[in-house]
Write a protein that binds this ligand. Structure first.
Ligand SMILES: Cc1cc2nc3c(=O)[nH]c(=O)nc-3n(C[C@H](O)[C@H](O)[C@H](O)COP(=O)(O)OP(=O)(O)OC[C@H]3O[C@@H](n4cnc5c(N)ncnc54)[C@H](O)[C@@H]3O)c2cc1C
Length: 209
């Protein structure tokens, strides 16, 4: 179901000896959010394992949509090819069906441990952040590498700071306002554009401005 936490789905798959979705270990949020954001890592994304979704329209009618009809891109699912907003409002994902493969639970558990360790080693887990802030450019260096190469690790505006552990994370050191975070976002974008002529696009959704 869409409201199930993605971690619960991952753990359930491991217990059942089903492989394919371990890449999502450590990604916070729900199955519905993961489908809409095409959540993933360099090891895979939801679009790789989704088979179909059930959505509810504003009329209350339900519709099952198969993976082939879903328009996934990097960290995004667009339903515009299926629904016109004026006619249907925003469809709500009710559940997803995933195509996983029979595997050995012990192997999956070991893989899970390694994936979570890699996350802890490379990302500022345990600090307040929105996860990776910018989308990786389609080719070349990752957003984190570009921000690092621009010398921005540790840069602060108010309580917002570019993580010293992973430059694509803006962390709240305790007192950051939305204004601080957006200011730092702009500083990063301007610096990377000036140095490398690359426009970093936010991966996070910014609401309320
Ligand atoms: C510390 C941290 C680490 C992260 N690491 C990763 C990572 O490695 N990879 C990655 O891809 N993301 C990562 N994220 C981002 C985030 O966790 C994912 O995008 C996640 O899948 C979002 O799920 P959510 O339930 O929080 O969705 P929300 O953020 O609440 O929603 C995301 C969007 O989906 C829509 N939505 C949510 N549920 C439904 C539904 N049922 N029907 C219709 N629309 C819906 C919302 O309206 C919104 O537009 C990270 C975030 C944090 C804070």
């Amino acid at each position: 179901m869409a409201g199930v936490r993605t971690q619960t789905l991952c753990r359930y798959a491991i217990e059942e000896g089903l492989s394919g979705i371990n890449f999502a270990l450590g990604i916070p949020g729900t199955v519905g959010g993961a489908i809409m954001m095409n959540a993933g890592t360099s090891s895979g994304s939801i679009s790789d394992v989704l088979y179909s979704v059930n959505v509810m329209l504003s009329s209350g009618n339900m519709l099952r949509i198969k993976r082939e009809e879903l328009n996934f891109s990097y960290r995004k699912l667009s339903l515009d090819n299926i629904f016109t907003k004026s006619h249907h409002g925003e469809p709500i994902i009710i559940d997803g069906c995933f195509r996983l493969f029979q595997s050995d639970p012990v192997e999956l558990k070991n893989e899970a441990r390694a994936i979570l360790k890699k996350r802890r080693d490379n990302q500022p887990t345990g600090t307040a952040s929105a996860g990776c802030f910018f989308k990786n450019p389609p080719s070349g260096k990752t957003a984190g590498q570009l921000i690092d190469m621009a010398g921005l690790k540790g840069t602060r505006i108010g309580g917002a700071e570019v993580s010293a552990k992973h430059a694509n994370f803006i962390i709240n050191t305790g007192t950051a306002s939305a204004y601080d975070i957006l200011g730092l976002m702009q500083l990063i974008q301007e610096t990377v554009l000036n140095k490398f002529n690359i426009n970093l696009e936010p991966e996070v959704k910014i609401v309320g401005i």
